[in-house]
Design a protein around this ligand. Structure first.
Ligand code: EPU
Length: 417
């Protein structure tokens, strides 16, 4: 299994270009199930999770053809409505095929995603939403089965905003008969990207990006070309790395307004920031101020940036509290940071007290999930000595060419096979 080796102490300098967003690409690729014909996606990142969704769709009979950043997906010949356990267990986002399958074919069977390193992550709201649209749902032998002659529009209220839940229900309601309203919907930019793509395909949607999305069902959608937005979490990860190393980098090809929560906290931590239309210059300072954070649904501080920010706070001047309010078990990286000399204590499961230390020390560490691995990379960049991170397959699920991008910014980083 690959490992990442980093010798810390270098300030990041130069420019980095941001790849297409994994969490926008996944629902978009799943949305091609809704369509007879070929959709063409541009700016598709080369990631394990993208390979996983392609494999899953191909197993259903979808044809996928990749060429560089382009991916053509043809849903004309789908012959199977069952998403197998072996494909779903690799990636929870596979649940995104449920809504489109039942909307187009009136029948879907998807392996129930199990628990996950960061929390239980139930899909109950995806299912009650589909039930509200008239689908009969049963769970047997580890599979969710949804059946409906044709989905009927309705009001759906989410107890708490759910990103993939909102996306699944958007894809279901666009082909449902009549009007639907999604209330307390997720407002993440990836939801807006999906809604815009569906509109381009002929769907009638208003209000994406707000907590209330109105949909008027149509009979059919048509294929089109779709651009995937830049990855806001990759953007934030490079910004935090620049601040942590006291570097000076230009993060290019991003959408600054999509990462406002992180910009705000980095400014409070003392980093200097110049915001341009599609790029951000981050200048780190010698001393980093401690700032409290609480993860929240968009536009709040993203849970997907909490681990990286904890690495930064571990060498800040002072103490802070990091409150993880989205997932119940998303502090696995804290124990690895402790092994590198950080001073972190966890209380009530989802509060981390971080007392800044002067220096981190290199150590062998292990990634436990995608964003935890990014946190350990940042810790390795600032630690004294050579850190070796194992289980980097987690990182390969969601960061494209990460070691190459950091090396181009001057980091001493390499992948060891
Ligand atoms: N929840 C329920 N019931 C549901 C759905 C969600 O209780 O039916 C809860 C979850 O357990 C969690 C909260 O609602 O406490 C929000 O979870 P959400 O459904 O929004 O998460 P998700 O859609 O499964 C997406 C991203 C995650 C990201 C979260 C939160 C994708 C493919 N995944 O997950 O990304 O952390 O939203 O922003 O879009 C990552 O990229 O590393 C990652 C984990």
């Amino acid at each position: 299994m690959d490992k990442i080796q980093i010798t810390g102490g270098r300030k990041l300098e130069g420019e980095v270009s941001i790849s297409g967003a994994k969490n926008a690409a996944l629902p978009l690729i799943a949305s091609s199930i809704l369509i007879e014909g070929t959709c063409r996606f541009n700016n598709v990142p080369d990631l394990m999770d993208i390979k996983s969704i392609k494999l899953l769709l191909e197993d259903l009979g979808v044809t996928c053809h990749s060429e560089g950043r382009y991916l053509e997906v043809d849903g004309s010949h789908i012959h199977k409505i069952e998403a197998e356990y072996d494909l779903v267990r690799k990636m929870r986002a596979s649940i995104l095929v449920l809504g489109p399958l039942v909307a187009r074919f009136g029948h879907a069977k998807v392996s129930l995603p199990g628990g996950c390193a960061i929390g239980a992550r139930p899909v109950n709201m995806h299912l009650t939403g589909l039930e509200a649209l008239g689908a009969k749902i049963s769970i047997e032998h580890g599979f969710i089965e949804a059946k409906a002659d044709r989905l009927i529009g309705n009001e759906i209220y989410f107890d708490t905003p759910t990103v993939t839940g909102t996306e699944n229900l958007l894809m279901a309601t666009v082909l449902a008969k009549g009007k639907s309203v999604l209330r307390n919907a997720a407002r993440e930019p990836e939801v807006v990207c999906l809604a815009n793509a569906l509109i381009k395909m002929g769907a009638k949607i208003e209000g994406a990006g707000t907590a209330m999305i109105k949909i008027e069902g149509v009979d059919k959608l048509h294929p089109c070309d779709i651009n995937i937005i830049p990855d806001r979490i990759e953007t934030g990860t490079f910004m935090v790395a620049a601040a942590a190393t006291g570097g000076n980098i230009l993060v290019k090809d991003c959408i600054p307004e999509n990462i406002g929560g992180v910009i705000n906290k980095l400014k409070a931590a003392g980093a200097e920031m110049d915001i341009f239309e599609d790029s951000i210059r981050v200048k780190g300072k010698e001393s980093i101020k401690s700032v409290d954070i609480k993860t929240l649904p968009y536009p709040g501080f993203p849970t997907d940036m909490q681990a990286q920010f904890m690495a930064l706070m571990s060498i800040a001047d002072g103490n802070c509290v990091i409150h993880e309010s989205i997932f119940e078990n998303r502090f696995m990286h804290a124990n690895e940071l402790l092994r590198m000399g950080a001073d972190i204590s966890i209380s009530q499961g989802n509060y981390a007290m971080v007392k800044g230390v002067e220096k981190l020390q290199a150590a062998p560490v292990m990634a436990s999930d995608l964003r935890a691995s990014a946190s350990l990379v940042i810790a390795g960049l600032i630690a004294q000595g050579t850190t070796v991170i194992s289980r980097v397959y987690h990182m390969d699920r969601g960061y494209e060419f990460i070691e190459k991008k950091f090396a181009a910014l001057g980091a001493d980083i390499a992948r060891i096979k």
